[in-house]
Design a protein around this ligand. Structure first.
Ligand SMILES: *[C@@H]1O[C@H](CO)[C@@H](O)[C@H](O)[C@H]1NC(C)=O
Ligand SMILES: *[C@@H]1O[C@H](CO)[C@@H](O)[C@H](O)[C@H]1NC(C)=O
Length: 631
């Protein structure tokens, strides 16, 4: 926009229009044109000039220049060679190129008047500015677009959605080239935009996500305050309505019916029911509950993926006891928004009928474990107890009993197929097997695949059928130097029977040897007895071995007894009564035996081993201290 011509002082500090013409004592003047006020050292030049001729910027003039051609004008500084030219005679400045304010808004230049002949400055150098004047050559731009935004469905009218902003590269301090106004081109009547701030708001109340959940708006920004001729730019705003819990759950049917077998295992899924909900995510989360269920046979949980209710069996079913259940099931939204409870209850109920189907079940023993006792001496064929099973089905089939023979391999027992009475089939021996654990099979007469199992645990009671015997096999040694009245052995006894009040054994010498002159027996009355010498002077040379019969009697009723023989070997003993050698008379080996002799001795021992084990034992005991051999 062109203003009027003016003239200002190049060196004045505060040029005004009043003192503009040939005043202020400045040695030279700038001629310029300006629209509003005189600025002493500024030229203005319009950007984007498209004319063919260089654009006139202004004129420099020095007081020293008397118009006689002695003064020459010189330009230096930004663009002084590339953009701006000066007529060295007249001081006229032209721009030779198109200028773009948005690229460079100011150029700082220096002007000087010099003597044409000597090139000596006739004035001090002076600085001035060429300011590029804006035109509206930039449209507003949405640098952050396109926008994505969300707003809850059911929001009130005027709820803020998002704020958009356009920028305009033109000069914001000058004119309206950079003053934008926003308007909505697409998206009415649902949304509006504030013309000044760019804030996008809802323009309708209660928009429903379940009807339409996304809107794409087009927002325009136009400069020149939106007037005709302004430049404009647009952006899109995608607005998503976010879900709120404004839809209650509803079962699609008022009743459901399911069928299950009575054999369904506990923890199995009986059925799945679902209450529908138009909301999504947390607003469609469901809690299920069984309101009427009778004996707590079923439970319901939520499948977190599908929000279905899973009905699960909690207790075993029995067709014969109860063949149908009527459950009342309630579904409730987990996250209820108080703002929407006025729309109705966020719960719903439905009826679920579960019908139980009969399956053929095997016979059952009311008491699985049947305990029985039988005496060890019970005669074969005697009844010792009875097992009983029944068919739980309504058909109540007849039952046949048998013994699982793997549990009675030796067939000690029989069971009556019809009555279930168990009897002995063989003599029993408590000392071999005191408890029999039989598996009893109960089979439906008409369907042999239906087999139930019970157990009969039969305890065999003891009778006194075992006589007492020596506790161990005694190896009694008798020293040649033993004195009369010396205890040479203490004996005890064992009995395989199991008397209820413990064992009591009686010891005695049988009448045939009761009055022998060699040994006596003393019953210690504590289930032991001592064997005592009656005389001294036993000699190996006379008799190597004595066999003493001992009578042991138990306390059973009737009592049982046995006669056990105690072997007594006569030994050569040292003064402490420690046996040196026993049995046959010994021969002491000379030191340094030849191999041949050793082989002979070994052969002798081997012969002995074959012949009489006991004697070798004696030799082993006796030979610990000295190398004695006998054959
Ligand atoms: C009898 O045998 C069954 C099956 O082998 C077992 O479960 C049970 O514990 C046994 N009973 C006795 C008392 O040993
Ligand atoms: C007692 O010793 C004598 C002489 O050695 C013998 O003849 C007799 O058989 C022995 N009696 C018994 C019961 O050992």
């Amino acid at each position: 926009i062109l203003g009027c011509w003016g003239l200002i002082s190049a060196s004045g500090a505060s040029g005004t229009q009043n003192r503009a013409q040939h005043t202020a004592g400045g040695p030279w003047e700038l001629l310029r044109r300006h629209k509003r006020s005189w600025v002493w050292n500024q030229f203005f030049v319009l950007e984007e000039y498209t004319g063919e001729e260089p654009l006139y910027v202004g004129k420099l003039h020095s007081d020293v220049d008397k118009g006689d051609g002695k003064v020459k004008y010189v330009l230096s500084g930004e663009g002084s060679t590339s953009i701006f030219t000066i007529d060295e005679n007249t001081g006229d400045i032209h721009a030779t190129k198109r200028l773009d304010r948005e690229e460079q808004a100011y150029y700082t230049l220096q002007a000087q008047a010099v003597d044409r002949l000597t090139n000596i400055p006739v004035e001090p150098r002076s600085e001035f500015v060429v300011k590029v004047q804006d035109i509206n050559d930039n449209e507003p731009k949405f640098l952050d677009g396109p926008y994505m935004a969300g707003v809850p469905e059911m929001s009130a009218l005027g709820t803020t959605v998002v704020q958009v902003a356009a920028t305009d590269a033109d000069d914001p301090t000058y004119g309206n080239s950079a003053r934008v106004v926003y308007s909505i081109i697409s998206g009415q009547p649902y949304f509006s935009v504030d013309p000044k701030t760019g804030v996008v708001r809802t323009a309708l109340p209660n928009m429903d996500r379940e009807v339409k959940d996304q809107y794409v708006l087009v927002i325009q920004a136009k400069d020149m305050v939106g007037q005709m001729g302004g430049l404009s730019g647009t952006t899109s705003v995608t607005v998503t309505l976010t879900d709120v819990n404004d839809n209650p759950p509803r079962f699609s049917r008022k009743n459901y019916q399911y069928m299950v077998l009575e054999s369904l295992p506990v923890a199995s899924v009986v059925a799945r029911v679902k209450a529908l909900d138009n909301d999504i995510g947390p607003n469609a989360e469901m809690e299920y509950r069984i309101m009427e269920d009778g004996p707590g046979v079923f439970n319901i949980t939520t499948d977190e993926d599908t929000q279905e209710g899973i009905i699960i069996l909690q207790k075993p079913l029995d067709f014969e006891t109860k063949n149908s259940f009527n459950l009342r099931i309630e579904a409730t939204n987990r996250n209820i928004d108080p703002a929407f409870v006025h729309l109705g209850s966020f719960s719903d109920t439905t009826s679920v009928k579960v019908t139980v189907e009969d399956v053929n079940e095997p016979p059952v023993f009311p008491t699985q474990l049947n305990k029985m006792v039988v005496s060890e001496d019970a005669r074969v064929g005697i009844s010792i107890g009875r097992v009983s099973a029944h068919d739980p089905d309504s058909s109540n089939s007849a039952i046949r009993y048998s013994i699982d023979r793997n549990t009675d391999l030796e067939r000690f027992f029989n069971v009556d197929a019809l009555s279930g009475v168990i009897s002995t089939a063989k003599p029993l021996d408590r000392e071999v097997n005191s408890v029999h654990n039989l598996t009893i099979l109960a089979m439906e007469s008409h369907d042999p695949t239906q087999v139930g199992k019970g157990f009969a645990v039969i305890t065999v009671l003891d009778i006194n059928d075992n006589p007492p015997v020596f506790a161990i096999e005694y190896e009694t040694l008798l020293c040649e130097n033993a004195a009369p009245g010396q205890v040479i052995q203490t004996i005890s006894a064992v009995d395989k029977d199991e008397p209820p009040s413990g064992h009591r054994f009686y010891f005695a010498l049988p009448p045939s040897v009761a009055s022998n002159s060699n040994f006596t027996l003393r019953d210690n009355k504590d289930n032991t007895a001592s064997i005592v010498t009656k005389r001294g002077g036993f000699r190996r040379r006379e008799q190597v071995l004595y066999r003493l019969p001992v009578l042991i009697v138990d306390s059973g009723s009737p009592a049982l007894s046995s006669t056990n023989t105690l072997s007594v070997s006569v030994c050569d003993c040292d003064s402490d009564g420690v046996a040196q050698s026993c049995g046959a008379v010994a021969y002491t080996l000379p030191a340094g035996l030849s191999t041949g002799a050793l082989v002979a001795i070994l052969g002798c021992i081997i012969t002995l081993l074959g012949k009489n084990n006991r004697d070798v034992n004696y030799w082993r005991q006796a030979s610990q201290d000295s190398l004695n051999f006998y054959c």
